[in-house]
Design a protein around this ligand. Sequence first.
Ligand SMILES: Nc1ncnc2c1ncn2[C@@H]1O[C@H](COP(=O)(O)OP(=O)(O)O)[C@@H](O)[C@H]1O
Ligand SMILES: [Mg+2]
Length: 261
Amino acid sequence: MPGNIILETQNVSKHFGALRAVDDVSLQVRAGSFHSIIGPNGAGKTTFFNLLSRNLPVTSGRILYKGQDITNLPVHRTAHLGIGRSFQITNIFPNLTVLENIRLAAQALGRHNFRFLSSHRRFKAYEARAWEVAQQVGLETEALHPARILPHGAQRKLELGMLLAPDPEVLLLDEPTAGMAAEQVPELIELVQRIQETGNKTVMLVEHNMNVVMSVSDVITVMHQGAVLAEGAPADIAANETVQQAYLGQLYELAQKEAKS
Ligand SMILES: Nc1ncnc2c1ncn2[C@@H]1O[C@H](COP(=O)(O)OP(=O)(O)O)[C@@H](O)[C@H]1O
Ligand SMILES: [Mg+2]
């Protein structure tokens, strides 16, 4: 696996009043790795991503990106540095085409600086970038359709495309498969994996589907009540007794109940 640490937190905490939503988390993410965060609802996963992307200020601790302290950087600066963040609810413009949505995302946050070009050429450059991304996420045929007519699965691909448009190095994906039909989940995750491998991206994923997490991750961090409960390769996490007690056990029981009912 690739060696360098691209993103690191040192004793990062986020308190909401008396609640320690993120509690003294020290974590290292290797460049080019697929690093998943799992844990029960309320464990602090989304809050942790909000700290990494700088959408929320930390209460204490430090965040380093490529060795640079980004703890107090404004959110748009982290995007320009190459940290891309998806949200459970994203801002697709329903009446714009797929291509226009991707182009706007590239323009708003893009690290490609086309500012030196004339406005006509700049438009063409962003449009070319949008076509490239549409192709990458498998939406070429739908590129000129208004986003609102896309089926749910394709909308998820568009959200991924909008995240990729500015060409981030690190992708923070918070439950990208939420609300998707189970049979569509592998396709989206395989797409993420392909993008990660071919583009040499670092992916951080929050995902509830254990099969998915176990099959795609290089490293899994388990969060529980704001803190890191365990970290390791998928096989280690699956075999970890503390994890099973705190989390996996409950999930498997739940799955068995559902299977029986
Ligand atoms: N803006 C907020 N204000 C107060 N409490 C919050 C806020 N955001 C999240 N929380 C609380 O922090 C805890 C962690 O939430 P969250 O990060 O969303 O967990 P997860 O994504 O793992 O389900 C929860 O108890 C949640 O209610
Ligand atoms: Mg969450």
